[in-house]
Ligand binder design. Structure first.
Ligand code: BTN
Length: 250
């Protein structure tokens, strides 16, 4: 059975695109990208996702307590954010949405994990097909506990002691996402970036960044206008890194 959603909430979601409520699906991103030919902004939400993917083709844990959803966008307009920037915009939108929902402070762990007290609350996977981009969000929402092999993860329930309506969080995310896209389109990507930096848990911190090919260790001195890390390595070199995993080190 597809997830139950109150009528007024559905109306709220439908303001942002065509809503697809699924009972069980492999990956909401795959489902969303399968709709790309229709050229309609769409929102896909699944009660259960059986083959969720994380960044770098990792498995993504989710269960009925999770929010698993994808927003399908079309990069037609000239002022539409570049996919590389959309990744950061999505992290910011989700961090803001969680804060608005639960009045809890969140951070962004580059590039776009949403964390609470250094534990991972949510991850985002953006995948493209031609001019369509699926922004997939996986948020640990109502789990009372998470699997033991995820010691660095937390759910919003574990962090707040309360249960949350996943569609309310999703609506907050969609509002923030489209507000960010508009802000960027209006030429204020600097304003978006400033908020990302303010929330970043790695700014001015010593980190290890693992890219597909290399490992860098150094201090993050800035995020550039594309949201890439500007790192001063321990050997004094400046490197700019567009994709990878960052973790704080001493
Ligand atoms: C990560 O942190 O590695 C990103 C995780 C993204 C998971 C979400 S869940 C909804 C969407 N569908 C997927 O298969 N992945 C994303």
């Amino acid at each position: 059975m597809a997830p139950e959603v109150a009528g007024e909430r559905l109306v709220g979601l439908a303001r942002y695109g065509r809503v697809h409520l699924l009972d069980e699906v492999g990956s909401t991103n795959d489902y969303a990208l399968g709709l790309a030919g229709k050229h309609v902004t769409s929102i896909v939400v699944a009660r259960v996702q059986t083959g969720g993917r994380g960044r770098f083709r990792r498995q993504w844990f989710s269960d009925e307590g999770s929010l698993t959803a994808s927003l399908l966008l079309f990069a037609g307009a000239p002022d539409f954010p570049r996919p590389s920037f959309l990744v950061h915009l999505a992290g910011l939108a989700l961090a803001r949405a969680v804060e608005q929902t639960a009045a809890i402070a969140t951070q962004i762990r580059w590039p776009n994990d949403v964390t609470v007290g250094d534990k991972k609350l949510a991850g985002i996977l953006c995948e493209g097909r031609r001019n369509a981009v699926a922004v997939g969000i996986g948020l640990n929402l109502n789990q009372e506990q998470l699997p033991e092999d995820l010691p660095d993860a937390v759910s919003l329930r574990m962090a707040t002691g309360k249960q949350w309506d996943k569609f309310y969080v999703l609506e907050n995310f969609l509002r923030e996402m489209f507000a960010g896209i508009e802000q960027t389109g209006n030429g204020d990507s600097a304003g978006v970036l400033a908020d990302i930096k303010r929330r970043s848990s790695i700014m001015h911190r010593r980190v290890e960044v693992q890219t597909l090919l290399r490992r860098h260790v150094g201090t993050v001195i800035d995020l550039d206008s594309e949201g890439r890390i500007v790192l001063r390595t321990d050997s004094g070199r400046l490197v700019v890194i567009g994709a990878g995993d960052a973790r704080k080190v001493r």
